[in-house]
Design a binder for this molecule. Structure first.
Ligand code: GLY
Length: 555
């Protein structure tokens, strides 16, 4: 028998049984209101997919920072029979877009045009994606999933602490958009905690989505209102873009880590590939014997991050346009080759090639769901920056994304400062921009044991890695794994970006002495919403305390 086959046989014989089906159905998201009403789908006989879709639509109402109908996202689903699938509803570049669209008349890159203008808006994917996932795997009628969002938008809800804080921060950038101000301010001041937020135009858009499905967004009145605003502001999304938009069901990317299966999102997200690449590298190290954020653990994690992010920049893009070597990147052979370049005593230097990273927002939002039948859903959705483009479509009441900012700014433009000009992720009409969203399921023998994901732009991938390592290697509770301090390395710029107090001064000094540069991040990293399913079927939701509005609901 071949050595490889023998190893597989031994692993199969040694394999621990998978978890029992969850004792409780559970939803966890960045909005406690959305989690509670989304979990109401279970009371009506709905499954995890129904609850996930209802919660995502509710987040468009109660968590407008990132919840949306005008953005996009990714969903990873594990079915009770152990099979898994994913839904890609990433935004696309409008048909009139071009690689040079973010350059000014003199050929200079214009960051505002790229990130904060009507040209930064990609063709939204969320409604198509949620509708497609429901049509494949939902149990309840579509209208029942949209109804709670309509209700909360039309009757209103009390502004929560986190929402009030984010509105205060974003309002200066909303002032030039009257419809945005009308929705989120009163007499020019941001809504405050406890104020009632009624969104009548959004309620009517949601009613059209409820009654007509995806057509209620991509055609008819909603489409008219989007195109009218585009024409008014000099934007380029037209009816043809909206009509052509298609969400796609794709195969997940899968790996294994210390006897667990890891199921995540493939391109156009870079999340799954980078995560599995890093886990493959880590598996040869006895991470569990190293302390959480010790010198040795942090060094090896940073070296894995550096390498996965280098591959991300060079090779990843929309799989419908670019030949992404997925199998190679997540293979053990690739990890073995990279492993040879890692020293346990010294930080590597990121390659002298200079790449310019597109600026990326730290917003986005993640929700995790399990039902009692054993279906699990990890769903991450985004407008890109906090409140996306900050443009509310007049008369339609929803925010447009600024996801075009996730494309590389200009082909060939690479600087020390961090702009990336690699080809796979350059703008092309109809193309999906590269993402970092990493909705992930960890299973054992086909049964879900962990549902996890986070916002945070490129930091998402490392946040998810750190939580998985916290759970599997350090054997922390899910809450402790979420609470543990985080850091991020993305190859270039060549530095560790760490949460304040991530490292003790001794650890920081030791990491610097072996060549790492460490910078303290201005904000906390990510907001993980996760569910652990233990072998006996008991479930525990982990809610990230870095942000105040999150919450879990179980039935
Ligand atoms: N805009 C965040 C992401 O796609 O990863």
């Amino acid at each position: 028998m071949q050595l490889h086959a023998l190893r597989l046989l031994i692993l199969a014989l040694m394999a621990a049984p998978g978890a029992a089906p969850p004792e409780k159905a559970c939803v966890v998201s960045e909005s406690a209101i959305a989690s509670e009403l989304g979990a109401g789908m279970f009371d009506c006989g709905g499954n995890a997919l129904d609850a996930a879709v209802a919660t995502a639509l509710l987040l468009a109402v109660t968590h407008p920072t990132a919840g949306n109908v005008g953005g996009g996202g990714f969903m990873v689903v594990c079915l009770p029979d152990g099979s898994a699938t994913t839904f890609d509803f990433r935004e696309t570049a409008p048909l009139a877009s071009s690689p040079g669209m973010f350059l000014d008349g003199n050929g200079n890159y214009d960051a505002d045009r790229h990130h904060s203008s009507i040209l930064s808006v990609g063709v939204p994917g969320s409604v198509a994606g949620l509708h497609l996932a429901h049509s494949r795997l939902g149990k309840l009628p579509w209208r029942d999933l949209v109804a709670p969002a309509v209700e909360v938008a039309s009757k209103g809800f009390r502004v929560t602490k986190g929402l009030a804080a984010s509105l205060k921060e974003v309002l200066p950038q909303m002032r030039k958009y009257p419809a945005s101000m009308a929705q989120f301010a009163r007499s020019g001041e941001p809504l405050r905690e406890g104020d009632l937020l009624v969104q009548a135009d959004l309620a009517r858009t949601l009613e059209r989505i409820r009654d007509e499905g995806a057509k209620g967004f991509y055609q008819g009145e909603t489409a008219e209102l989007i195109v009218k605003e585009m024409e008014r502001q000099g934007g380029i999304i037209r009816h043809e873009d909206l009509k052509r938009y298609q969400a796609v069901e794709r195969r997940p990317v899968q790996g294994t880590y210390r006897g667990f299966e890891v199921i995540s999102m493939g391109p156009p997200s870079s999340g799954g590939i980078a995560l599995i690449e890093m886990l493959n590298l880590l598996e040869s190290h006895d991470v569990g014997s190293l302390g959480v954020r010790s010198v040795a653990e942090s060094h090896i994690l940073a070296e894995c991050m550096r390498r996965a992010f280098a591959d991300r920049a060079r090779l990843l893009g929309d799989p419908d346009r670019v030949d992404v070597p997925i199998a190679k990147l997540i293979s053990r052979e690739h990890a073995a080759n990279l492993q040879k370049t890692i020293s346990l005593k010294k930080a590597s230097k990121s390659s002298p090639e200079s790449f310019e990273w597109p600026r990326e927002g730290s917003e986005t939002t993640h929700l995790s769901v399990v039902d009692r039948g054993g279906m699990a859903v990890a769903l991450t959705t985004t407008l890109e920056m906090s409140y996306g483009s900050r443009i509310v479509v007049p008369g339609a009441g929803f925010l447009l994304n600024n996801e075009m900012g996730d494309f590389n700014p200009r082909e060939g433009l690479t600087t020390e400062g961090g702009l990336i000009g690699t080809r796979p992720n350059r703008v092309e009409p109809g193309k999906r921009m590269l993402s970092s969203m990493t909705p992930t399921l960890v299973t054992r023998n086909g049964k879900p044991v962990l549902v996890v994901g986070s916002p945070g732009g490129r930091t998402i991938i490392n946040t998810v890695l750190e939580v998985i390592v916290g759970k599997i290697d350090h054997r922390l509770s899910i809450q402790a794994a979420i609470d543990a301090p985080r850091f991020h390395h993305q190859w270039l710029p060549d530095r560790i970006l760490a949460e304040p107090n991530c490292f003790s001064s001794e650890v920081q000094g030791a990491l610097e002495s072996i060549g790492h540069k460490i910078e303290t991040a201005k904000e906390l990293q990510g907001s993980v919403m996760a569910i652990e399913i233990r072998a006996d079927g008991s479930t525990e939701a982990g809610v990230d305390r870095r942000r105040p509005d999150g919450g879990a609901a179980s039935r």
